[in-house]
Design a protein around this ligand. Structure first.
Ligand SMILES: *Cc1c(COP(=O)(O)O)cnc(C)c1O
Length: 408
């Protein structure tokens, strides 16, 4: 265990706050959504956190997620759970990046192979701290896998519901990591309705995206980490594959907290929320100038992680995108698959389809002049490409027959 897990560093949480109305909620109590049905945000005494932790002291720690302990909600060191949440690398893609100054933050290196580990490690640690014994969740795959892994590790029972066409590997991974997993004939929000019903009956705690307050805090570490990795100078633009939007909302919050600490200035990246054009509720709302996004009917895309027809944090995503001067962008499945293929063949980096969506959107943004090739841009590859179907490689060789070496 790294030293910063065992050191006792208290949290600086003061309270929670409704993201819509600003109403205050007490810390150290179990909360779901606010009274008006919107996400709760965790607030800290940042002056005290800044007095307890300097940038230099932070940089002297091991680089994993728990180095940010003072800016995270877990109160007791004994409640921290870990499977090795490393700092993920920023990988240049000089050949497939369209000639731009672009880096891929490769989140596929995290435990359970996706950035869902960041959110769920925090949410599970807090569930443990607050005495939760049974959790249910709707998932397109990766969140369920991360929940199963961390919850099993600390002895919390989990029941997971996924759309019936969720990739086989994800369903099996969830089962293998100790959850009871059910395939449901519907989409993720249909699964969410089942979770909500059981929660209302007191059967379990509802771990749907943004329906508990701590996943955002875990996902926020992407923004904290990025700032530290880039020498406290944020990039010009971030392309984020947006489903529930937890990561985009979390990073935006992280930047404000870092500025309040005096660790970064007021410069912000333009935030681009990338969606698949077969499921683009945020893009539609952005373009229509709406504050909320209506449900997207008949959602369909190869990028299952962003096949989210309705997001409870829609207004938070839209606000951050607009405040940053960014946009919400839709890309088609053919462009997504082409981007994945190019990046693997030409740069040796196997993206997941959702990561491919960010590359496709970035290349399109370069083409239209939305982004300048000189600008420093970060794309999020949110899961390992190894979890997704790959094109067949059918060539065989008979070692007993004469081999035409020129043709190999
Ligand atoms: C969950 C997920 C997303 C979307 O993340 P949000 O922060 O919920 O918008 C994107 N890609 C993959 C692979 C995912 O698992």
């Amino acid at each position: 265990m790294s030293q910063n897990l065992t050191a006792n560093r208290p949290t600086f949480v003061t309270h929670l706050e409704c993201s819509m109305t600003g109403e205050r909620y007490e810390a150290d109590r179990l909360h779901g959504l606010s009274r008006v049905g919107r996400p709760l945000l965790v607030r800290y005494d940042l002056a005290a956190a800044g007095a307890a932790l300097s940038r230099d002291a932070l940089m002297a720690r091991p680089t994993d997620l728990w180095r940010w302990r003072e800016l995270l909600p877990v109160r007791h060191t004994r409640d921290v759970v870990s499977l090795g949440e490393i700092e993920t690398p920023l990988v240049p893609i000089p050949n497939s990046g369209g000639g731009g100054h672009v880096l891929v933050k490769d989140e596929g290196r995290l435990p359970t192979g996706s950035f869902k580990a960041r959110g769920l490690v925090m949410a599970v640690a807090m569930a443990r701290e607050l005495g939760v014994t049974r959790i249910a969740m709707p998932t397109n795959g990766n969140a369920g896998a991360a929940l199963a892994a961390y919850a099993s590790r600390v002895g919390i029972e989990t029941i997971v519901f996924c759309p019936e066409d969720t990739p086989e590997v994800n369903v099996r991974e969830i089962a293998m990591q100790g959850a009871r997993v059910w395939r449901v004939n519907g989409l993720i929000d249909d699964c969410g309705a089942i979770v909500g019903k059981g929660a209302a009956e007191g059967r379990w705690f509802d771990f749907s995206t943004l329906k508990e307050p701590y996943r955002i805090e875990g996902k926020k570490t992407m923004g904290l980490e990025l700032a530290a990795q880039l020498g406290w100078e944020l990039p010009d633009a971030i392309f984020y594959p947006t489903g529930g939007g937890t990561g985009l909302i979390g990073m935006w919050k992280a930047f404000d907290e870092l500025e309040a600490l005096g660790w970064i200035g007021s410069k912000r990246p333009r935030m681009y929320a990338v969606q698949a054009s077969g499921c683009a509720p945020i893009v539609r709302a952005f373009e229509a100038g709406e504050e909320h996004a209506e449900r997207w009917e008949d959602a369909e895309t190869v990028a299952a992680g962003i096949r989210v027809p309705r997001a409870v944090g829609d207004f938070l995503i839209l606000r951050a995108v607009r405040a940053s001067g960014g946009k919400a962008l839709g890309v088609g499945d053919p462009a997504i698959l082409k981007a994945v293929d190019d990046c693997a063949r030409r740069d040796g980096l196997l993206l997941c389809p959702e990561g491919g969506a960010t590359l496709a959107a970035y290349r399109e943004a370069l083409r239209t002049g939305e982004v300048d090739a000189e600008e420093r841009v970060v794309l999020f590859n949110c899961a390992t490409g190894l979890k997704y179907p790959m094109p067949p490689a059918p060539r065989t060789l008979d070692r007993h027959a004469p081999i035409d070496f020129d043709s190999l």
